[in-house]
Write a protein that binds this ligand. Structure first.
Ligand code: PHE
Length: 343
């Protein structure tokens, strides 16, 4: 059965066939599938096959043809793929396509800088919840119930379960939380978002960001507070910066003060930015009221401390001259990209 053997031989040959390139595949195609190729030759021989064998052999030849065609197509495909890769100049060792990096938000930049400065003076970072209870935001901080001082900060109340639940109006609540659970010495800065029920405008927003600081130890004095704040102001706004403390009022500090820095636009001479005073206000501060220490289980006869609090927006405003507070929360990429260089 010479023809069956030929079919078998061709099948084995083609199953083992390899090609080094596309041309070699084409040679194989010509050798087996062209008009004068091995398979076509079998077809023409088929004419002389006795009628009773036609059925079986015809089927075998068809199978062979399909097998050869498939095998050659596969070989060709493998080279086409290689060609495509070469044409695209794909460098498989290259790192994945780089995602454009975002920029740090100006408030994050300034927060980072504030925290870095205080870290350099030995302060650690403490954080707490934005949804708070009345005790941590007001009561513990020497705001008696119904005291008008509560109106200094317009509060978002969000429930009563069974105590008043509210959005914190300052991060002083974090200081209370730390004082509740830690014994002095305590030296912390508390960054975070705070909320006040104010109409949104260029100069006010219903939320903003603060960094507040607290230091409690034996023999802490107002002079310590002043020195730390002077150190901060000079690192933040330049070594020539002057500070001045004006008497003020906060329920949780006694005495209390507000701190101004010399206007860094006019150097203190007076300009539109500082309303011709030469000074701009940047923070509130004071000596922690003994009632606050008592509320947190710290003996005011043994310990004293100071606290201060500033708005990050305000500092950013002074440092980068952002006139409209709303810019900070509008996520305008053109605005945010302006701070790329400050990274
Ligand atoms: N908690 C005050 C505020 O939010 C800031 C402050 C903190 C003032 C600590 C004095 C001492 O305005």
């Amino acid at each position: 059965m010479i023809m069956l053997e030929k079919i078998k031989a061709i099948k084995e040959e083609i199953a083992a066939a390899q090609a080094v390139n596309k041309e070699a595949v084409e040679q194989l195609r010509i050798k087996y599938l062209s008009k004068k190729g091995a398979v076509s030759e079998l077809m023409s021989e088929f004419r002389n096959v006795p009628a009773e064998q036609k059925r079986e052999l015809g089927q075998k030849i068809n199978e062979l043809k399909a097998f050869v065609t498939e095998r050659i197509a596969r070989l060709k495909e493998s080279f086409e793929l290689a060609d495509e890769v070469a044409a695209d100049d794909i460098d498989l060792t290259r790192t994945a396509s780089p995602l454009p990096l975002g920029t740090r938000h100006p408030l994050s930049l300034v927060k980072k800088e504030i925290l870095r400065i205080f870290a350099g003076m030995g302060f650690t970072i403490a954080e707490g919840p934005e949804i708070e209870d009345d005790w941590h935001v007001f009561e513990s901080l020497n705001f008696p119930p119904d005291h008008p001082a509560r109106d200094m900060q317009d509060t978002f109340f969000i429930g009563r379960t069974p105590v008043d639940v509210l959005l914190r109006t300052h991060t002083s609540s974090v200081q209370t939380r730390v004082m509740e659970h830690t014994r002095p010495p305590i030296r912390i800065v508390c960054p975070g978002r705070v909320y006040r029920n104010e109409a949104i405008s260029a100069r006010a927003h219903c939320f903003f960001h603060q960094v507040e600081g607290l230091y409690i130890d034996k023999n802490v004095s107002f002079a310590d507070l002043k020195q730390v704040l002077l150190g901060f102001a000079r690192q933040m706004f330049g070594p020539e910066t002057k500070i001045r403390l004006r008497p003020s009022y906060f329920p949780f500090t006694e005495p209390s003060a507000e701190m101004d820095i010399s206007c860094d636009i006019c150097g203190g001479k007076g300009c539109g930015f500082c309303k011709y005073t030469g000074w701009v206000e940047i923070l509130g501060c004071g000596m922690v009221d003994p009632n606050v220490l008592k509320a947190c289980g710290i003996d005011p006869e043994v310990y004293s401390g100071y606290a201060f609090g500033m708005g990050i927006e305000r500092i950013t405003n002074l440092k980068y001259k952002v006139k409209d507070l709303r810019m900070f929360s509008e996520n305008d990429v053109r605005f945010l990209r302006e701070f790329e260089a400050a990274h």
